[in-house]
Design a binder for this molecule. Structure first.
Ligand code: NDP
Length: 246
């Protein structure tokens, strides 16, 4: 068993697929209590069944809605008695050149990837402050460190996650709260499906097909960051497939 995981209450946004779902599997295996949120309730129900979790372990939430995210975290605390880790993981990656002016995607990407993280922080922070303990794990990306053509909006959101997390890290020192940024490269999930721009989606799918590594790579990083002793704060993990140059 990995240390410092058992019995921790871990709230995960974007848990209906990909990195969030795989992290839930690893955490449950290690004895953590997970509360899983996303919009697709059927997917959450299937995951809860797979992991033998009760219905209180899943919650339908749209992270763009501040009240819904607050209700999600409140539900976790009400049913589990506390919250130890908030994983702000939900995200989309609608890559496209700016000249395509896919305005709805710009809006949604900013709302999910930036505001969703902010709402998650806002919902969990009062509990962490009160407890004088807790850990935020905010999901950025290699795209939060480097920018490619077609990646302006997505990278802007993922740089923002790092900016927000770094300020948060400094602000919450008095409360014994840990802050971790996880920045993956290409990992095999449903994320390429959020690329809708003609021409771009095929290229991204091809790149992922050739390069992406399994989602347990990410879950192991979560476990590593969580398992450190209370006085060790892993601030960021940046990892890529060995084959990924970008
Ligand atoms: P997936 O597409 O497999 O999962 C995305 C998750 O986000 C789903 O569970 C989805 O749930 C959820 N989500 C999307 N929009 C909303 C919303 N409005 N409200 C609530 N949940 C939402 O992709 P990944 O698992 O790969 O993505 C997880 C995170 O990892 C994202 O932040 C992504 O940017 C980041 N990342 C991923 C990389 C990769 O290569 N896979 C690389 C770098 C970063 P639902 O649709 O049911 O609401």
């Amino acid at each position: 068993m990995t240390e410092n995981i058992k019995d921790k209450v871990v709230v995960i946004t974007g848990a209906s697929s990909g990195l969030g779902a795989e992290t839930a599997r690893h955490l449950v295996r290690e004895g953590a209590k997970v509360v899983l949120g996303a919009r697709r309730l059927d997917r959450l129900e299937a995951l809860a069944k797979e992991l033998s979790l009760g219905e209180e372990a899943i919650f339908k939430v749209d992270v763009t809605d501040r009240e819904q995210v607050k209700a999600f975290v409140d539900h976790a605390v009400k049913t589990q008695g506390k919250i130890d880790v908030m994983i702000n993981n939900a995200g989309i990656m609608p890559l496209a050149p700016l000249e395509m002016m896919r305005f709805d995607e710009w809006d949604q990407c900013i709302d999910v990837n930036i505001k969703g993280v902010l709402w998650g922080i806002a919902a969990a922070l009062p509990f962490f402050k009160e407890q004088k303990s807790g850990q935020f794990i905010n999901v950025s990306s290699v795209a939060g460190h480097t920018i490619g053509a077609g990646g302006a909006i997505y990278s802007a959101t993922k740089y923002s996650v790092r900016v927000i997390s770094e300020a948060l890290r400094k602000e919450v020192k008095p409360y014994n709260i840990r802050t971790t940024i996880l920045s993956p490269g290409a990992v095999d999930t449903e994320l390429p499906g959020s690329v809708g721009a003609p021409g771009v989606s095929e290229a991204v799918a091809g790149f992922y097909h050739q390069t992406a590594i399994p989602a347990d790579s990410f879950a192991r990083c979560v476990l590593f960051a969580m398992s450190q002793p209370e006085n060790v704060d892993i601030n960021e993990i940046l990892f890529r497939p060995t084959a990924q140059e970008l």
